[in-house]
Design a protein around this ligand. Sequence first.
Ligand SMILES: Cc1cc2nc3c(=O)[nH]c(=O)nc-3n(C[C@H](O)[C@H](O)[C@H](O)COP(=O)(O)O)c2cc1C
Length: 107
Amino acid sequence: MPRQSSTPPLRRIVAMSVGEPGVTADAAAIAALAERLRAGLLARGVTGCLSLRGHCIGQVLEGPPRAVRNAFARLKRDWRHRDLVVLEDRAVMAREFTDWGVRPPSI
Ligand SMILES: Cc1cc2nc3c(=O)[nH]c(=O)nc-3n(C[C@H](O)[C@H](O)[C@H](O)COP(=O)(O)O)c2cc1C
């Protein structure tokens, strides 16, 4: 059977969480964390962003469904943030982001 060309090849998850104050207040630590995460995510084809306003964190992950699911599962079990709320979780045809990094809180 021919491959259905209309099947969205990517998954996007948009979520928000609340950071542990000692973690999110430390801008240098967040920058270092992001630097470590970035290479691993991009190597798995995952793009998106991490956005901080005070202790409020916004996350976007998009890419191959399995890679996004795994990245999100790791994020969910991280004690450094809590009260994770998923705002969007769906299949998409195209990316909104071309890479992954810390962004201004504009989402
Ligand atoms: C404040 C904060 C925000 C984070 N945001 C993201 C994020 O947007 N995307 C992501 O993949 N991981 C994010 N992480 C990292 C994950 O929670 C987790 O540490 C990472 O996926 C590594 O998981 P592992 O230690 O189980 O390998 C964040 C961590 C912290 C502390």
